[in-house]
Structure formats: C-alpha cells, structure tokens
Design a protein around this ligand. Structure first.
Ligand code: FE
Ligand code: ZN
Length: 518
C-alpha cells in the first residue's frame, strides 16, 4: 500500500464527494497505511456495492486486512492491490510494521529430513518389486504390533494353524480380500510371510462388525479368535494405531509454520490476488497488530503439493490454463515466492498436478522443471510424502491422493470432511494401503507410505477443503487451496475452501486459520 502520493491527495474530500462519511480513526488508518488514489477508488466501489455510508476503523480493517477465522477476531475483507514487479526482497523499514520485533527473524532455521524419497527413483514396477514392497509393509507394521498390549504375542499364520481346533490364536496379516457373506458376516483373507488364513467377523459380534467397515484391502491388521479349519472365528481385531499417552514435541521457540497446499499456479482459477495478500501480510505490510504478531512469528511455509496446475493432467486442461507452459508455471511460482520475506523458509512437496512421476511416493519436482525454485536458498524441495522436523516438531506432509480411496471404500466418509480419512491413515499406520483401486502405487523396495514413526503434525491437501483436528495427540490439517471452483468441481457440486491458511504455533501447537479470500 506504500505510496508517496498519500499526503498530496485530499482523502476526506474524496469521500465527501461520494457522500460517504469518514471518521477520524479510519482517516488515521489511511494515512498510516499510506493509501493511494487507486486504492481509495477501489475501496469506494466496495462501499457502494455494500451500501456503506460511514467508514469506521472496523470497516477499513474489514476490507484491507486478512481475517482470523479461528482466533478471537473475525474480520472480513476483499482482495485488492498487486505487488509491483520490483518488490524489494530486503526487510527495509516499513511504515506498516506495527510489531516491536520479528521473532522468526531472530531464530535460525532448523529443518531435519527424517524420511524422504529423494534420489530413489529406481523402481521398474516389476512383479518382484511388488513382492518386496508388501514384504516390507508387513515387516514394518508387524513391528508396531510387537508393542501392542493385546497382540504383542501374535504368531505366524503357519504356527497358528498348527494349534488344535478351537484354541485361541493371535495373528497379524495383510488383508488380501474382504467380502460380506449372504448372512451379513464379514469374511477376510489374511496373509503373512508364512501363509494365508480366512477370518470371520460374525454378525453376532455387533460392535466388531461395525468396526469392520473400516477394514480396507492390503492393510495390515491383527486378529485374535478361535481356530477352525483354515479359519479364525474372530473375537477381536486391531489396527496398528497410534500409541496413547505419547508426549508431543514442541519447539523451544515461540514461532509458527503455515501449512498450505494446492496453489495451482497457471490455472485460470488460481487466486493470485489472494495469494499476494497472503504474501503482503507475511511481509508485515497489512494487518492490525494482532494479525501482524501472528505473521511475525512465521518461520516456515509447507506447501503440500499441487504447487502448479500442470499441463495435460486431464483432457482439455489447456482451456483452463492461463499459463500453458509447465516451465513458466514454475517460473511464476518462484517469482511469487521470491516476494516472501527472507526470514521465511519454504518446504515444497509435490502433488498429482506437479511435474514429477505420478503415483505414490513421488520424488521431489526435478530441477529441470523448477530451476528457479532450486536456485533460491530458502526453498527446500522434498518428496511426497515427506517426514521432517521443524525445531524438533515432527511433521508428515502427504498430498493425499488416497483420501479418495477411503471415500469410496468406507461408508459415511464425505469429501467435505477430510479429517476422518486422515485418522484412518494414522490408525492403519499407512498413507495409501489400498493397492490397484485408486491411488497409483509405485513399488519401491521399501514402503515409503508406511507411517513408521508417529508425527506431531500430519498434513494433507488434494481435497481443496479446510479441515483440522487432533487424533491421539497428533494435529491433523487438510489445507484447502488457492484455486476457486473449477468446472470439474462445479459438476460434482464441490465448493472448495479458498485462500484460508492454517497456521500452527510450533511451541504451543495452537492453530489459527487466516482467510485471505474475497
Ligand atoms: Fe489440488
Ligand atoms: Zn491434488
């Protein structure tokens, strides 16, 4: 909003001419933020549209400042004003800065990659690769069952079968198939490294049957029950799940991270103005003191996939693109991110729209496509999924392709509620268990989609819906996006959440949602 003309124009006069009363506090705001004529004229249009005749400080802030959705304040505002091309990267003294100091500037970055698929693009998709993938999945998740109170003494399927009929047995296996019988029982087939066995969940066990609706193919579960001929009559079954009573990690510093995704740069529907408002806020060029205090603590931005809209992702996509060249889409992304203040570090993980191999896991967007991003010191390119820590706080970022697998397989799950599928991933300790029906899985020798270690923060995107929650001490975020309703979404009656940004304080784990939308 900086301008040299602000003192030359007669601001109260401009309002008077339009029959609008400007109160003293609001006038002070115009001076403080150095508003120029164009901005005032645009503001005037907003007033007319909304039949506002008296401008108070609240009206001013409603229009010019971002909203805090889940904080104490609730303010509404419309987007305006682009950054000029030659925005300085330095944090030169700005009149707009209302906070006394910028905590995120005083803290050195602390990013540690714990598990990432970078540089491991060696899968040929052969049958043997799938065998070793499932072996690895079984080995990793059965290890989690060894810590289980109920099932830690499980035995191999072969050893279980060697017992006398009717004896109680405990096994852990991969679900090869799941069927509902004519009588309404659920029949599973489980497999481990030693063999296979059927498992029956009977209608007589109502609560167990209700829980069985969450069982999906190719996940690893533990079962206990009575042995029959090549079958276990299940008394109980368990998911590997997250252990209770875990201490979550906290940052020693009072700083925060933005968890966003689905920017879709290059799409006609990319809300560039909203995105620029977000950047201006991070630069401490807008916002009241309370809002700037939140901005001043932001040290990290995690972009969880679909950074660009891509090219040729679906038929006739070119009609919905304003940038039809993939290289230019990443150039534009780099330009936008270069406006960020230099104390902020950005972690970029790919999604299904990005220019890297499709299928999970995805290696980071290659340098060949995103040269400018690789050239920036504060940008860190990671894989999808990626497991890393920020000042000791463990974060798992996964774009979320498999959310749709859960929506189609678990009755009652809906697209506008992304948190229940995320909870299932944690319970199953796997990001995309279902193979061959939905999410394309690339068979690496090791299963990168297993959740071996419990994160403190688990982020997904992909649905373009905002959601947040807590499951057994893990903070869950689905980020929403920066793309207004596409024709595809309109056809399916999906209204996306746009330009709403979740922010987590890494010391307190408090979450605030800021709205930069219209
Ligand atoms: Fe997306
Ligand atoms: Zn996506």
């Amino acid at each position: 909003m900086a301008s040299t003309q602000s003192c030359k124009i007669n601001i109260p006069g401009m309002f008077l001419d339009e029959g609008v009363l400007l109160n003293e506090e609001a006038y002070a705001k115009f001076l403080e933020d150095a508003a120029n004529e164009d901005i005032i004229l645009e503001f005037m249009t907003h007033l007319k549209k909304n039949n506002i005749f008296i401008v108070t400080k609240d009206v001013y802030e409603d229009y010019f400042y971002p909203r805090i959705e889940s904080g104490q304040q609730k303010e509404s505002v419309e987007q305006r004003a682009e950054l000029p091309d030659e925005v300085p990267k330095s944090e030169k003294k700005r009149k707009s800065i209302k906070v006394k100091h910028i905590p995120s500037k005083d803290v050195d970055k602390d990013i540690k990659i714990i598990k990432d698929v970078s540089g491991k693009d060696d899968s040929e998709g052969k049958f043997e690769d799938f065998l070793s993938l499932f072996k690895d999945r079984y080995t990793r998740i059965s290890k989690i069952f060894k810590q289980h109170r109920e099932l830690r003494d499980f035995v191999s399927i072969k050893n279980a079968k060697a017992n006398e009929l009717k004896s109680q047995v405990k096994i852990v296996g991969i679900v090869r198939s799941k069927k509902t019988t004519k009588n309404g029982n659920v029949m599973l087939e489980l497999e481990d490294l030693s063999g296979t066995i059927k498992v029956l969940v009977s209608t007589k066990k109502e609560r167990l049957l209700e829980r069985a609706k969450y069982i999906v193919c190719d996940e690893v579960i533990g079962v206990s029950g009575a042995l029959g001929e090549d079958i276990i009559f299940s008394n109980n079954f368990e998911f590997p799940d997250i252990a209770l009573g875990r201490n979550r990690n906290v940052s020693p510093y009072d700083i925060g991270a933005v968890f966003t995704s689905d920017v879709h740069v290059g799409s006609n529907n990319f809300m560039e103005k909203s995105f620029l408002r977000f950047i201006k806020w991070l630069r401490l060029e807008t916002g009241n003191e309370k809002q700037q205090e939140i901005a001043s603590k932001i040290k990290y931005i995690v972009i969880c996939g679909d950074v660009v809209d891509g090219v040729g992702i679906y038929p006739n996509q070119d009609k919905e693109l304003c940038i039809t060249d993939i290289y230019k889409q990443y150039e534009k992304t780099a330009q936008l991110l270069s406006y960020l203040p230099d104390w902020i570090e950005v972690i970029v993980s790919p999604g299904n729209h990005d220019a890297t191999r499709s299928g999970n896991p995805q290696i980071p967007i290659p340098k060949a496509f995103a040269y400018d991003l690789y050239d920036m010191d504060n940008i860190h390119m990671v894989s999808n999924p990626s497991f890393f820590s920020l000042h000791g706080v463990k974060c798992l970022a996964y774009h979320g392709d498999s959310i749709f697998d859960f929506l189609s397989q678990v009755p009652g799950f809906e697209i506008n509620k992304p948190i229940p599928p995320m909870i299932e991933m944690l319970r199953k300790r796997h990001l995309a268990p279902v193979y061959g029906k939905g999410t394309q899985i690339i068979p690496e020798t090791s299963d990168y989609l297993c959740i071996d270690e419990t994160p403190d923060i688990f982020q997904t995107g992909h649905t373009h819906m905002n959601g947040n929650g807590v499951y057994r001490g893990v903070t869950l975020i689905n980020s929403g996006g920066w793309q207004s309703q596409t024709s595809f979404q309109k056809m399916r009656n999906i209204t996306p959440d746009v330009a709403k940004v979740p922010i987590i304080n890494l010391q307190t784990h408090n979450l605030v949602l800021m709205n930069f939308g219209d």
